[in-house]
Design a protein around this ligand. Sequence first.
Ligand SMILES: Nc1ncnc2c1ncn2[C@@H]1O[C@H](COP(=O)(O)OP(=O)(O)OP(=O)(O)O)[C@@H](O)[C@H]1O
Length: 333
Amino acid sequence: MTAIETRGLTKRFGEDVVAVDSLDLTVESGEIFGFLGPNGAGKSTTINVLLDFIRPTEGSAEVLGYDAQRETQAIRRRVGVLPEGATLYDRLTGREHVEWVARTKGADADPDAILDRVGLGRDDRQRRTGGYSKGMSQRLALGMALVGDPDLLILDEPSSGLDPNGIQEMRDLLREEAERGTTVFFSSHILPQVEAVCDRVGIMSDGRLVAEDTIAGLREATGGSSEITATVDALPEGFDPATLADLAGVERASADGNDVTAVCSDPGAKMEVLKRIDEVATVRDVHSEEASLEDLFNRYTAADPGDGTGRTESEASGTDGEPEVEDASGVTA
Ligand SMILES: Nc1ncnc2c1ncn2[C@@H]1O[C@H](COP(=O)(O)OP(=O)(O)OP(=O)(O)O)[C@@H](O)[C@H]1O
């Protein structure tokens, strides 16, 4: 079964902004799917349509086989949501938040077990959330998403505000959830984290899905440039490392001190680079790397226009937009 499926999904705000443009997205059950894109690419808007916080202009969206607009209640019972910038009720304690979500969902949850999983300390969970740090609020919001063992987790920037330990714990938690059979759909700007946990990724740019594949698949599709760095004793006088780019399959090359690095569009060219360097210098060490998700992301989104926010000028100054649009930043059950 597919966990998420959109067909021709489009959302316009006012006359000028096409936040999501004919999106065909498929997320299979049980996978961890990373939803990526620069600021303003349309990720949150897509998520907000899936959860019926906003209505699409055109197209359709199904979540767990239910129509996202007509069967919202069925979806909310089976989906755990961490909205962007989740708002908490200052006067309630962390534990009370989890109890509240459990009541709303009609779920039989153990708040302490959940808060243990997200690492919100025993004392902290008894305090009112008005005094929480950003990371504590984020841990609690994630705990609220876990209530009722959802079939699908939709997490908008789950690592936001977390320290490095928190990010690592989040990664483990996503894996644990996937092992239990939960589908995990999350947006993130922390690409190494995405690379470490995701089965597949989708990359949005300017409202459109410009790539949807495994990371290995993206590497292949882009010609998967890879790097080789050779550390040498010394480079001979007059040797210009840039000339390594004359070799077939080498995009560019440069030297930084005793490190000579070549970026290869054809991984097979790495050996040729090494041989050439070995002819002119004594090679002490070699380091080879495949294109990171960050490199791939940059390739797919390089053409993103403007300042990267995707906002028009009038919108940035607050003169455009759709007043009736509901914000997804509230606490969601
Ligand atoms: N309520 C709204 N009214 C008008 N325009 C909006 C509204 N919500 C989003 N937009 C615009 O839609 C586009 C997509 O925004 P969206 O928030 O979906 O991007 P995003 O990929 O989630 O970005 P980020 O990574 O910064 O969170 C942007 O141009 C944004 O300004």
